[in-house]
Design a protein around this ligand. Structure first.
Ligand code: CAA
Length: 297
């Protein structure tokens, strides 16, 4: 029998999850919507603010299923079943009979609070509201809801299909049954779940951003990105710091760094060159070849 993860409540408290809602149809949302449908085999509904985004999200999921099918990792039946399990809507009314709704919208507290308020207006009192935030306060996100005890952090890592971890965040009012359900869900998804404190960027991003921040400072001091990446590769990192920064994306890295700066001060700050990218409206670094990062001014 597997040991209960540190801090996890009794798994007998876990409630069944028979339908999942995903707010946002962007890349992270699409990745975990697919995972839910594939691993849990329950209906998943994704929503976004307009039809174009919703269509794009659904097309991404169908494309990923087709890739798995082409690689021989999914039978034709399983591929059709998985596609059929995921539906999309521009209205949150589609969450009315969901028992677990997770949001992956823009990383800004006011936006997330607004989303949770809108979702709470349509779901049952027992429905769990989870957030995939990578850096914001789950406690504050829950504060103005009628049922703050239903809120939990459920933080996936990119690429969702491969990264084995989920950080589960307990806010002071999170109910034990909600927490137990989150742990049970992570187990069904075959992810390792850790219970983390509701503090800025939790554990993984707090450490990662310190690493990425220091490498960015070395870059500001004149160390070329390729040199830093080559020097650090033998450290056993699965992805070198600039390749990681490219994958996470400048805006996300900026938001996480700002949350960490607000919480911990000078240990975390956006480096001068990253700030230049932000000022120039650059939203992503380009990686070409083996981990080589190209688009840096
Ligand atoms: N979606 C689905 N599967 C993917 C994928 C994706 N986007 N990217 C890679 N994979 C799969 C590949 O298909 C492959 O699977 P198989 O072995 O079954 O064929 C497997 O992952 C390995 O891929 P590759 O052989 O192409 O490449 P790799 O061995 O270099 O691994 C990696 C790629 C898994 C991404 C690895 O480089 C890695 O672990 N990188 C670190 C990623 C990381 O640190 N993520 C956290 C980012 S921070 C974050 O997400 C939090 C936040 O809130 C900002």
């Amino acid at each position: 029998r597997s040991k209960r993860p540190a801090g996890a409540p009794d798994r007998k408290l876990a409630r069944p999850v028979t339908k999942i809602g995903v707010v946002g149809a962007g890349l992270m949302a699409g990745q975990f919507a697919l995972l839910f449908a594939k691993a849990l085999k329950v209906p998943v509904v994704i929503t976004d603010v307009d039809q174009e985004r919703v269509d794009k999200g659904l097309a991404y999921i169908h494309g990923e299923v087709d890739k798995l099918r082409a690689k021989g990792r999914m039978s034709a039946d399983a591929a059709n079943r998985t596609k059929a399990l995921v539906t999309a809507s521009v209205s949150k009314e589609a969450f009315a009979d969901a028992d677990f709704v997770i949001e992956a919208v823009f990383e800004e507290l006011s936006v997330k609070k607004q989303v949770f308020a809108e979702v709470e207006a349509v779901v049952s009192p027992e429905c769990i509201l989870a957030t995939n935030t990578s850096s914001l306060s789950v406690t504050e996100m829950a504060a103005d809801l009628r049922h703050p005890e239903r809120v939990v952090g459920f933080h996936f890592f990119n690429p969702v299909a491969v990264m084995p971890l989920v950080e589960i965040v307990r806010a002071p009012r999170t109910d034990d049954a909600v927490l137990a359900t989150a742990f049970a869900l992570a187990k069904e998804l075959r992810k390792t779940a850790v219970l983390v404190k509701d503090s800025a960027a939790f554990v993984v991003n707090r450490v990662l951003l310190r690493l990425m921040g220091e490498v960015s400072n070395a870059f500001d001091d004149g160390t070329p990105a390729e040199v830093a990446d080559t020097a650090l590769r033998p450290m056993g990192l699965p992805m070198t710091p600039f390749a990681l920064l490219a994958m996470v994306g400048i805006p996300v890295a900026q938001h996480v760094t700002e949350s960490l700066h607000a919480a911990f001060g000078e240990r975390f700050r956006v480096s001068a060159n990253q700030q230049a990218l932000i000022d120039h409206g650059v939203r992503e670094l380009w990686v070409t070849g083996e981990d080589g990062v190209r688009r840096i001014p």
